[in-house]
Unconditional design. Sequence first.
Length: 128
Amino acid sequence: MPSPASHPPTIVVAEDNAEQRSLYVAVLSGVGYRVVEAADGAEAVDIVRRERPGLVLMDVTMPGTSGWNAVRTLKQDIDTRGIPIIVVTGLASAWDRDASMASGCDEYLAKPVPPVRLIEEVKKFLPL
């Protein structure tokens, strides 16, 4: 039986665009992370509460619960507030960055994010 230390760190990827989500999954699982997918903010919150991942990659503009609302919900929950959240969004203005940081995220990346940069940013919070 493998030891707990041999289990790869888990990342929840919350992105409503299936193609973009698949790209993140391929990049992150390709370097050794376990990736769990969510298609909207509400699903992301449910999965994070259940899985207790090491990191969340969160889009902002999603149907239903926005990424910003999902971030706020997770950061207000005593059980999930310590989980780092990186917002990855096509909203690239200074206002969008400020709003993302105000929601409680730990880092903000404007799309498109090259795979090498995505891996670098993720490893800052969740080393392999």
